[in-house]
Design a protein around this ligand. Structure first.
Ligand code: HPA
Ligand code: ZN
Length: 319
C-alpha cells in the first residue's frame, strides 16, 4: 500500500505522456515534429528550465477539444491514485491554450469534468490552481483573470509559473491583489532558478501562502529561518530539479537539509511525463538517493495534507 499523500505541485499539461500526445495528434490532425514516441522521449534531455518549456509548450498543440483535456486529466488521476495520491491541487496554464485559439471554456470544462469524477472514479479530491505565465505581460495575466470570472467556483487559487529569471513576482502585484479580492488563494513558483529575493517578493508583495519549489532559499539563512518560523510550505520537486539542472544529482538535492532546517517541505512531481516519475516514484527516489527513512517519508506525506487547501477551505467558505 503506497503512503497516502496529497500532491500540491503538478502541472496538468506536464502529465501529457508521449503515447497520449501521439494519439491526440492523430485525432486532431496535428503534425508533431517527432517521428514516434521514442524520438519524442529522446528529446527530453533538458539543459535548464527554458529548454524544457520549449518542448512543453510545443507539445500542447495536440490539446484542442474539451475531451482532450478530460482525457489528460483523467489519465493523471488514475496514475496518481495508483501511487497513493488522495488529494491533488492541480495547476493549469490558460494562456498557453488561449494563445493558440483554444477557448478558456474548453480548457476548464474538460478539466472540471475529469475532476468532478475524481472522487468516485479514483478516490481523489481536487482543487484547481490557475497559473499566470510570468514571461507574458501583467496585462495579459489580468485579462486571463477577467476571462476566468465565470469559472471562479471552479478555481481555488492563482499561481505563477514559466520562465522565472527576469520575471520577478513584483511584476504581478496588481493581478494578485485583484485575485485576492475575488476570494482566490495565492501561491507562486519562486526560488527554482530565480534568487532568494524572489521568494521574499512572493511572500511580501504577492502575499502567497505557499512557495512552489523554493529550494534556493537555502542560500539565505535568514530567509530559511523566516520560512521555518512562519511555517510557509514549500512544494519541492526533486526529480524536476535534477532534470532541469537546478541541482547536479539527486544525491546532492537539499531536501534532507531543508527538512533538518525545520522547513515545511512537501514532495511533488511537477511535470511527471517529462521528468521521469509520478509522486510515488519521487518518494521512492528520495528514499534511495537521500536516505530518507520511513519516518521522514511519513513526515513528507503528513506535510502534504497540512499544507493543502483542504484544512481550512470549509472554514473560509463560512466566513
Ligand atoms: N517551473 C516553471 N514553470 C513551469 C514548470 C516549472 O517547474 N513546470 C511547468 N511550468
Ligand atoms: Zn512547477
Amino acid at each position: 500500500m503506497p503512503l497516502p499523500k496529497a500532491e500540491l505541485h503538478l502541472h496538468i499539461e506536464g502529465t501529457l505522456e508521449p503515447e497520449l500526445a501521439f494519439a491526440l495528434a492523430a485525432g486532431n490532425g496535428v503534425e508533431l515534429p517527432y517521428k514516434d514516441t521514442e524520438e519524442l522521449r529522446a528529446a527530453y534531455l533538458f539543459e535548464d528550465l527554458q529548454s524544457f518549456l520549449d518542448v512543453y509548450y510545443s507539445l500542447m498543440a495536440v490539446l484542442r477539444t474539451e475531451d482532450d483535456f478530460f482525457e489528460l486529466t483523467d489519465a493523471y488521476l488514475a496514475r496518481a491514485a495508483a501511487q497513493g495520491v488522495r488529494h491533488a491541487e492541480i495547476f493549469f496554464d490558460p494562456q498557453a491554450h488561449t494563445s493558440r485559439g483554444v477557448p478558456l471554456a474548453t480548457v476548464i470544462e474538460g478539466l472540471a469534468r475529469a475532476l468532478d469524477g475524481g472522487e468516485e472514479r479514483h478516490g481523489i479530491s481536487t482543487r484547481l490552481i490557475m497559473c499566470f505565465l510570468r514571461d507574458e505581460s501583467a496585462e495579459s495575466a489580468m485579462e486571463t483573470l477577467d476571462a476566468a470570472k465565470p469559472y471562479l467556483h471552479r478555481i481555488a487559487a492563482v499561481g505563477l509559473d514559466s520562465a522565472e529569471v527576469g520575471n520577478p513576482p513584483s511584476k504581478f502585484r496588481e493581478v494578485y491583489e485583484a485575485a485576492a479580492a475575488l476570494g482566490l488563494r495565492k501561491v507562486a513558483h519562486a526560488g527554482e532558478e530565480g534568487p532568494p529575493a524572489y521568494i521574499r517578493e512572493a511572500l511580501d508583495i504577492l502575499g502567497v501562502e505557499r512557495i512552489d519549489h523554493g529550494l534556493r532559499c537555502m542560500e539565505d539563512p535568514e530567509l530559511v529561518e523566516r520560512l521555518a518560523r512562519e511555517r510557509v510550505a514549500l512544494t519541492v520537486c526533486p526529480l524536476s530539479n535534477v532534470r532541469l539542472r537546478v541541482v547536479d544529482t539527486l544525491e546532492q538535492h537539499p531536501l534532507a537539509r531543508m527538512m533538518d532546517a525545520g522547513l515545511l517541505c512537501t514532495v511533488n512531481s511537477d511535470d511527471p511525463a517529462y521528468f521521469g516519475g509520478y509522486v510515488g516514484d519521487t518518494f521512492h527516489a528520495v528514499h534511495e538517493a537521500l536516505g530518507l527513512g520511513e519516518e521522514k517519508l511519513r513526515e513528507l506525506a503528513r506535510n502534504s495534507f497540512v499544507a493543502s487547501f483542504l484544512e481550512d477551505d470549509e472554514e473560509r467558505r463560512g466566513r
